[in-house]
Design a protein around this ligand. Structure first.
Ligand code: G16
Length: 544
């Protein structure tokens, strides 16, 4: 067995997006494509000799092939120790947990999140740092730069590692530890939440829940935690077996793609609590009997009820949300008299705030919620947080949500996505909006006065790094907002996201249908951006 140096040539499309590099499987299968990105990553990290690496993925097609390549390249780059999830599996939050628990140098996570999987689907790769969180822009920028000039990479020619059994193996002098993918994460959850109270709730007979793992990575985690450790009846977890093509589904936990769960939760005999997670286990959707909790409301409700959870009983240091996420949590922060941070979209922007202990809970409108327990958003953590609240308050989900609105007011909120628009059309639309920004402040639309209009720029309060052009914001007096962004995670053309929010303090007006309550703002968002004219689209692809 020996290390080889392989000659290669750069690819020009390896710029990491919102969450790592995501491309079609076919793109990754090109000769040298994955290897170039991995070498560019190792080179961006500096000296890897003697270091420990964590590797795992969401189990989608190409996961194990990619892991074998990465292990051989890690050995050739001098890593001394690698922790790999059994069968190559680690959910994104579990990978973050393992990196922190074993004080690794960092980890490689293989996932394209909720994007469809299988031979014709998507694949993805990203690097997480020693804190367990996604690499910051300084590193992803260096990876991209390296990828544009790479001319060779190093790899071992040894045999594949057996990933199916836990235990220690040797790869050209590097120790590979195949670990139980679930145990460390499940133990961490047991440390954070009141498992005894949740166990009581799930076994008392009059409380039913359903968790949809959507044939993606969370199945084994949910079965171990909800059914085995917390005593929920067998069958509580549906679609619990991870499949390389996710059962040809689209494991994006929202009202459109989690159809099976949504149908059950809005039926006459609906369970009391329903939840779903996504491809790699970091997203969550929360439902009650005939009620959907928006991710933005969920974040605000978790913050307002945090003192019911053992891990957060000491109080929250602060909260953080991505800019397009509704401002509901800001109101809770104001009441608790703690800091509220507004960051660009992308979990990586929460890392510094969490490390500096300036935020305890973080969340995004894109069905992501998490805390300082790891440095990724965490689907099952959010589900357990809700179960802990339900066990402590003994109220239906709908009451918890409505009581929250009564106390804090309701932020009506929706996101309209226009997927796979030709990139040039999307850019023209964003430029058209940019050109209006200077003139918009002070303008009136249906009685709403524009207070500010800009392209969001963020200065990280910890390291002062600046991220520009993070989305167009049109804010009105009273707090209503329209926001436009192009997604950084799609793999086909461009996805336009339009986020619309309106605040309602009047309890008598808090029970409208969201799309109706926001109808005039939705129409205004369309006309300001000229979506129909510039894209030919008459309706969004997905509404959440
Ligand atoms: C990723 C990021 C999130 C982001 C989401 C949507 O989530 O980790 O921070 O909110 O993408 O990003 P965009 O609007 O740019 O498509 P995931 O679950 O896909 O890793």
């Amino acid at each position: 067995m020996a290390f080889m140096t392989v000659q290669t040539a750069p690819f020009d499309d390896q710029k990491p997006g919102t969450s790592g590099l995501r491309k079609k499987v076919k793109t990754f299968q090109q000769a040298h494509y994955l290897e170039n990105f991995v070498q560019s990553t190792f080179d961006a990290l500096g000296d890897c000799h003697g270091q420990t690496l964590v590797v795992g993925g969401d189990g989608r097609f190409y996961n194990q092939t990619a892991i074998q390549i990465i292990l051989k390249m890690a050995a050739a780059s001098g890593f001394r120790h690698v922790w790999v999830g059994q069968n190559g599996i680690l959910s994104t939050p579990a990978a973050s947990c393992v990196i922190r628990r074993y004080q690794a140098f960092g980890g490689i996570i293989l996932s394209a999140s909720h994007n469809p999987a299988g031979e014709h689907g998507d694949f993805g790769i990203k690097f997480n740092m020693a804190n367990g969180g996604p690499a910051p822009e300084s590193i992803t920028g260096a990876i991209f730069k390296n990828s544009l000039s790479i001319s060779e990479y190093q790899i071992s020619d040894s045999d594949d590692i057996n990933l199916s059994e836990t235990g220690t193996q040797n790869l050209d002098g590097m120790t590979v530890e195949v670990i139980d993918a679930v145990a460390d994460y499940a133990d961490l959850m047991a440390e954070l939440f009141d498992f005894a109270a949740i166990h009581k709730l799930l076994t008392r007979g009059d409380f039913r829940m359903r968790f949809d793992a959507m044939h993606a990575v969370t199945g084994p985690y949910a079965i171990e935690i909800l059914e085995k450790r917390l005593g929920a009846p067998e069958g509580t977890v549906i679609n619990g077996i991870p499949l390389p093509d996710f059962g040809e589904g689209h494991p994006d936990p929202n009202l459109t793609y989690a159809e099976e769960l949504v149908e059950e939760m809005f039926s006459a005999d609906a369970p009391d609590f329903g939840a779903a997670s996504d491809g790699d286990g970091d997203r969550n959707m929360i439902l009650g009997n005939n009620v959907f909790v928006t991710p933005s409301d969920s974040l605000a409700i978790l913050a307002a009820n945090a003192d019911l959870v053992p891990a957060y009983r000491g109080g929250l240091k602060g909260v953080a949300r991505s800019m397009p996420t509704s401002q509901a949590v800001d109101r809770v922060a104001a009441k608790l008299n703690i800091e509220a941070h507004e960051t660009p979209t992308g979990w990586k922007f929460f890392g510094n705030l969490l490390d500096a202990d300036r935020a305890t809970l973080c969340g995004e409108e894109s069905f992501g919620t998490g805390s300082n327990h790891i440095r990724e958003k965490d689907g099952l953590w959010a589900v357990l947080f809700w179960l802990n609240i339900l066990a402590a308050r003994d109220l239906p989900v709908v009451d918890i949500v409505e009581h929250h609105w009564q106390e804090y007011g309701r932020n009506y909120y929706t996101r309209h996505d226009y997927e796979a628009i030709p990139t040039e059309q999307a850019q023209t639309l964003m430029q058209h909006l940019e050109h209006q920004l200077a003139d918009l402040p002070g303008s009136q639309f249906d009685g709403r006065k524009v207070q500010y209009a800009d392209n969001f720029s963020y200065r990280d309060p910890v390291d002062n790094s600046v991220a520009d052009k993070q989305g167009i914001r049109i804010g009105f007096e009273g707090g209503d907002r329209i926001i436009y962004r192009l997604s950084g995670t799609g793999t086909e053309g461009a996805t336009l996201r339009v986020y619309i929010e309106s605040y309602q303090a009047d309890q008598n007006k808090q029970h409208l249908d969201t799309q109706q309550a926001l109808a005039d703002l939705i129409e205004l968002a369309e006309s300001l951006a000229m979506i129909r004219d510039l894209t030919g689209r008459t309706a969004p692809t997905v509404i959440t």
